[in-house]
Write a protein that binds this ligand. Structure first.
Ligand code: BGC
Length: 253
């Protein structure tokens, strides 16, 4: 069995678990630690080292999903994470600071990898878009199972801002929106994405995918089928771990 520690860095929590990357199975209990309020590289590294210690994983392989554009091991955007990550050689910094061999991947791309291999996207031909609804909105886009990395649909211009500022789960929570109000707004965004890409399937991921049936009735504006992620919020951890072998060669600086 090939085991990798998957770590999913989010705007509110940093989660980790050991993953059997050949089956996509989680091994044991996941651990979630709050994202430090100042989410600088040093502070995030500190939490990652807590996870490594907890799983007794020093010196072993890690895959990290991160809420930013990842280009050649560098973090190239910082919407829901400290600005000091912008243009930062994150992979090298985290690898050195953890003493583990490490791959870095966009968090939504990671969730998409898991769903394409072991979840709702398995065997689906054509264009599949996974949308994560959490602190921000992320997207993983696949054509015939192949990832087109770093597509940022949460940053599509929407009214006077961008899509994620109207439709993320965080927006629902802080404004105390009803499932209906939020669901109807989300429906407009997903219908727009459907029109732009004509996907064959949209998969809804992120923490909110556990509650998909509460708002799925309002999501009726897409031509394509739309489903909740099979692995729900765990897709991020599983895909991050999988990226260690699947994407390593393309994501090094
Ligand atoms: C970031 C994406 C990320 C998403 C979900 C967005 O704000 O730009 O890279 O995938 O949040 O975390």
């Amino acid at each position: 069995m090939r085991k990798v520690l998957g770590i999913d860095v989010g705007g509110t929590g940093i989660k980790g678990n050991l993953v059997d990357i050949d089956t996509g199975q989680l091994l044991g209990e996941r651990l979630k630690i709050k994202t430090p309020s100042k989410s600088t590289p040093t502070n995030v590294l500190g939490v990652m080292n807590e996870l490594i210690e907890h799983f007794e994983w020093k010196g072993k392989p890690i895959g990290v999903g991160f809420p930013a554009i990842i280009k050649n091991g560098k973090t190239m955007s910082a919407s829901n994470i400290d600005n000091s990550w912008l243009g930062f050689s994150a992979r090298k910094f985290l690898e050195k600071g953890t003493d583990c061999s490490l791959n870095l991947v966009n968090d939504a791309d990671a969730a998409g990898l898991a769903e394409m291999h072991f979840g709702e996207g398995k065997g689906v031909k054509g264009t599949v878009i996974l949308i994560t609804l959490g602190t921000g909105i992320g997207s993983g886009v696949f054509k015939d199972g192949v990832l087109i990395p770093n597509v940022e649909l949460g940053h599509l211009k929407w009214k006077d801002k961008v899509l994620e500022k109207y439709m993320s789960n965080k927006v629902r929570e802080i404004n105390n929106l009803s499932w209906k109000t939020w669901g109807k707004e989300l429906n407009k965004g997903l219908a727009h994405i459907d029109f732009l890409f004509s996907p064959d399937l949209i998969v809804v991921g992120g923490g909110i995918s556990k509650k998909f049936e509460r708002f799925s009735d309002y999501i009726n504006g897409t031509k394509c089928k739309i489903v909740a992620a099979k692995m729900k919020n765990d897709a991020g951890i599983i895909g991050a771990a999988m990226s260690y072998t699947l994407l390593q060669s393309t994501s090094k600086e």
